[in-house]
Design a protein around this ligand. Structure first.
Ligand SMILES: N[C@@H](CCC(=O)N[C@@H](CS)C(=O)NCC(=O)O)C(=O)O
Length: 242
């Protein structure tokens, strides 16, 4: 089986989801690090792999693609990973699809907002975020956490049943972003806290901790970001502060 190339920055939640999945399944891949904080995704060379200039991206021979969800599915199909990651039973699979459709339009923007306001604004602008804006983002995040716990997880060990799936890995990767914003999001969510431990163990605790370091490194590296990137970061902060 040929090795694929993945283009990743572990500071990015969708990259961490792909990385956790690939590593947990021992998928052979070349890890091409694309440091967002250095603006490496804006290079001509990376633009040939993903013209959207976003990570993660994948290259398999002459074939290139972006979008984490689609990359996860490509890896599942190419490497025929164990069924539980994306069950062949159509109703179980539909539950994964259902969760992820909700996640990418609700939980992802909500966690990103919190991360950019609490975790990035002080680093990019040098001052704390407006407390009212932060409070609104925290309320939004609580609604998201309640929905994940009470509507999707309920009393099951994993989001769609007894076994871990890509839905769990995608959430674990996003939750890491709130830890980076120094928020203990699980204080009021005991079921989510126990779930997080199970998913960490399913992908590997060391792997999880290793990927978390990517976020800390991002904050340090962005201090030396080129001017073009600093403008992009400021624009991102402004976008989330609206
Ligand atoms: N929907 C995409 C999102 C990819 C994405 O937004 N990646 C961010 C990092 S989390 C990125 O590359 N940002 C660079 C930029 O926008 O300048 C996915 O799931 O892969």
């Amino acid at each position: 089986m040929t090795e694929v190339a993945l283009y990743l920055d572990l500071a990015s939640p969708p990259c961490r989801a792909v990385y956790f999945f690939a590593k947990a399944n021992k998928i052979p891949f070349k890890n091409n690090v694309v440091l967002l904080a250095k603006g490496e995704h804006l290079s001509e060379e990376f633009g040939k792999v993903n013209p959207l200039r976003k990570v993660p991206a994948l290259k398999d021979g002459d074939f290139t693609m972006g979008e984490s969800y689609a990359i996860l599915l490509y890896l599942i199909r190419k490497f025929k990973t164990p069924d539980h990651w994306y069950p062949s039973d159509i109703q179980k699979r539909a539950r994964v699809d259902e969760y992820l459709a909700w996640h990418f339009t609700n939980a992802r923007p909500g966690t990103s907002k919190l991360f950019w306001l609490k975790g990035m604004t002080p680093y990019v602008t040098g001052h704390e975020v407006n407390p009212e804006k932060l409070n609104a983002a925290l309320c939004e995040f609580k609604t998201i956490s309640t929905t994940i716990q009470d509507v999707f997880l309920q009393d099951k060990p994993f989001l769609v049943g007894d076994e871990v799936s890509i839905a769990d890995v995608v959430v674990l990767a996003d939750i890491g972003q709130t830890c980076a914003a120094e928020l203990d999001v699980f204080e009021d969510y005991p079921k989510l806290a126990a779930w997080k431990q199970r998913v960490k163990e399913a992908v590997g605790v060391e792997l999880f901790n290793e990927a978390q370091e990517g976020i800390a490194n991002f904050r340090e590296t962005q201090k030396q970001a080129p001017p073009e990137l600093k403008e992009r970061l400021k624009a991102r902060v402004e976008y989330f502060s609206r």
